[in-house]
Design a protein around this ligand. Structure first.
Ligand code: MOS
Length: 701
């Protein structure tokens, strides 16, 4: 089935946040800090206030009021714990220090540059080697199960000391930006004084509704979040950011609909990034390749204004069995904006290190890397102490190896060439947990012969509209053209969050339940029979609402998805040009709801992983603390020409232990393991082991 929202997107009729037309709308533009650490000594808005078209200028001296929210992950999370304009302190370059409101965007932007700010500047810390690392504290309050990643079983140092073969290596990743196509933007519209409507890209409209309600001391019913479409989010659009809070607060004070669109440069500083990481892994194995011990320590960086740990070591006890295991996670504070969730937070950099180390161990042992993984896979989540509900990792490895032709792989480095270039083959594993939450869905069967599915869930480009329509069509016995899906509005029944790759597993069981219930209500077995009944009775609608939620199954099983990537690279040694020339991904995600959108998710993940492996990096100027990349020209990521054909295959069976539909998620797993598969292929091609991402030409010369 094709994308339900495809036509709207390619014809430009899909409406994104900043495109909503509100009569009487005025425009905001942020004023941002020119230093990375220090204090504002004087701020002068006079010239800005009197500039043409300017309606108001807000700074910390006249900040519009907001209340401190609970800031707990499940109740009312904001990305940056420090509220905007709350004092004169500067913690990172580009921090918001003011907001100018004017009748046009251009006048607001012009006046923003007329605000004069004087600072007492201190030396910022923006380099990890100058930062102080300590054991990472927990994040987001007690109820948040985002595990810290400290785990010990057995005695890993003794295990490694006794191993026949061992490797120890340190791997790094760069600071990465989300760089989504749709910029961060918000329209805040207050009506009748105290009713707030917000148009903003949100991966979780119900969560956002609760948070904005707390920020303004309102009951949730007085806040409505509207997000029919999102142009890329990857974890950076799940909760309100400071600019959104400030926009809504200013709009309340002025009682005028206010639009605020961030520039790419502002997005770099103010809307999250994936922290750089440094990870050290030690593996010890017996001569036959059985792992005896794994040690994995990880460092990441956060901001002075909030705590976010990139939880790299969470995957370590999930992947391979070892009687002696130790993982730990350290964190340092630097003068940067708040790092945040970015597609497979933790799993992605974690597998970069672990799957590179497994490759190094395979060479050390002279064992095929596929065989080493098959030999050491675990049937149990070693930290949770639970068996996996389903595990077709071995099948992923075998199918991938067969499709790629892995058995023909020359066993030496620098042994394949083509057209004067070195060729290398590499592989790595993928994994991501299966998560699921609560969702409620309403189904209306209407007299005009259509079905209408309503839920607040979000489609951030992943395919939610499509799979909701597909599932409803299947359950109701109705062609998908007769099904209208409405998503992304907090007025609709709670459809859960598009995050943690859980939207499909959360939503689809509720869609099925609501469709079954509406058929029962109508006492029919398919929607066409219900339509006949409606026309005979003259009634206008059969309606039903149903919910689906996880039960006790999580006490018995650990839910995890699996995969394997195989790739080929070519390296032109004279100019150090590295290209990815072939890709095979085999994934085990339970039931596949829609072959096209699921494969697209995996491809999108692989493309993002190729970007991480080859080009994506954001550096901060060590003297002034500003990011030296700040837009789509300076932040390099792949274009079509960088990407080969990506073959995607799904294996395994529906996971009915997880939910009645048997589906796990596909949004994030695709990116995991990609960078290590590439680095492993680069080693095979060149004999050079690259342990620092991205693999830019300087590292290959
Ligand atoms: Mo994702 S990083 O859970 O949006």
């Amino acid at each position: 089935m094709n994308r339900k929202d495809g036509r709207a997107k390619v014809t430009g009729t899909a409406t994104y946040a900043a495109e909503h037309q509100i009569p009487g709308l005025v425009h905001g533009y942020l004023v941002t800090a020119a230093i990375a650490h220090g204090q504002i000594t004087r701020i002068d808005s006079q010239e800005a206030v009197t500039a043409p078209g300017v309606i108001a200028v807000f700074t910390h001296e006249n900040a519009p009021p907001v209340l401190k929210p609970t800031n707990n992950f499940m109740t009312s999370k904001i990305y940056e714990a420090r509220l905007p304009l709350s004092d004169d302190q500067i913690y990172y370059a580009g921090q918001i220090v003011g907001l100018v409101v004017a009748d046009t965007f251009e006048r607001a932007r012009h006046a923003a540059h007329l605000v004069k700010v004087e600072y007492a500047s201190q030396t910022p810390i923006v380099e990890a080697n100058k930062a102080t690392f300590n054991e990472a504290p927990s994040m987001f309050g007690e109820s948040m199960k985002f595990e810290k990643g400290n785990f010990t079983s057995g005695d890993s140092s003794t295990g490694i000391a006794r191993a026949d073969r061992k490797i120890t290596a340190t791997y790094t990743t760069a600071t990465e930006l989300h760089a989504s196509m749709e910029p961060h933007a918000i329209i805040a519209h207050w009506q009748d004084g105290n009713n707030l409507t917000i148009y903003e890209p949100s991966q979780w409209v119900i969560g956002s509704q609760r948070t904005y309600a707390e920020l303004f001391g309102l009951p949730a019913e007085q806040v409505r979040i509207i997000t029919p479409f999102i142009g890329g989010a990857f974890g950076s659009k799940a909760f309100p950011w400071s600019h959104g809070i400030l926009c809504a607060a200013a709009a309340r004070q002025l009682q005028v609909p206010l639009k605020l669109v961030l520039s790419r440069q502002q997005m770099t500083a103010n809307t999250g990034h994936r922290s750089q990481t440094e990870q050290t892994i030690s593996l010890g194995a017996s001569a036959d390749g059985s792992l005896i011990a794994i040690e994995h320590t990880a460092k990441s960086c956060t901001s002075p204004v909030d705590i976010f740990t990139e939880p790299c070591t969470g995957i370590t006890s999930t992947m391979y069995a070892a009687p002696n295991l130790r993982t730990s996670q350290d964190l340092a504070v630097m003068n940067v904006g708040v790092p945040t969730f970015m597609r497979a937070p933790g799993e992605n950099p974690g597998l970069w290190a672990l799957e590179s180390a497994m490759d190094e161990l395979a060479w050390e042992l002279k064992i095929d890397p596929v065989e080493l993984r098959l030999k050491n896979e675990t049937q149990e989540h070693q930290r949770q102490g639970l068996p996996f509900s389903a595990k077709d990792f071995a099948e992923c490895l075998r199918v991938g190896a067969a499709q790629f032709g892995w058995e023909n792989r020359p066993k030496q480095v620098r042994s394949l060439t083509r057209d004067g270039k070195l060729i290398g083959w590499g592989m790595a594993a993928s994994t991501f947990p299966g998560l699921r939450s609560v969702a409620t869905v309403t189904v209306n069967l209407l007299a005009d012969g259509t079905a209408h599915i309503l839920t607040s869930a979000n489609d951030m480009g992943t395919g939610a509209y499509t799979i909701v329509a597909g599932t409803a069509g299947e359950t109701l016995g109705l062609p998908v053209e007769k099904i209208r899906v409405e998503l992304g509005d907090s007025l609709l029944p709670n459809g859960g969050m598009a995050g943690g790759s859980q939207m499909t597993a959360t939503l689809v069981p509720a869609v099925m339940a609501a469709c079954e219930e509406v058929l029962q209500t109508a006492q029919v077995t398919s929607a066409p029979e219900a339509f006949t009944k409606l026309s005979e009775s003259g009634e206008s609608v059969f309606t039903a609402t149903a919910s689906a939620a996880p039960g006790e199954e999580g006490k018995k099983w650990s839910f995890q998805s699996w995969g394997a990537h195989f790739c080929e690279v070519s390296v032109d040694e004279e100019i150090a040009r590295l290209r990815v020339t072939r890709w095979v991904s085999v994934m085990n995600i339970g039931r596949v709801m829609n072959a096209k959108t699921a494969a697209s998710q995996i491809r999108g993940g692989v493309i993002m992983g190729i970007g991480q492996a080859l080009m994506e990096e954001c550096h901060f100027d060590p003297n002034i603390g500003y990011p030296v990349v700040y837009d789509l020209a300076t932040y390099h990521y792949p274009s079509h020409a960088d990407i080969p054909r990506i073959e995607v295959t799904f294996v395994g069976e529906p996971d009915y232990k997880f939910n009645p539909v048997g589906v796990r998620g596909a949004g994030e797993i695709g990116i995991t393991g990609v960078s290590s598969a590439i680095a492993n292929a680069v080693y095979h091609a060149t004999g050079k082991r690259i342990r620092d991402l991205p693999i830019t030409p300087d590292k290959l010369l």
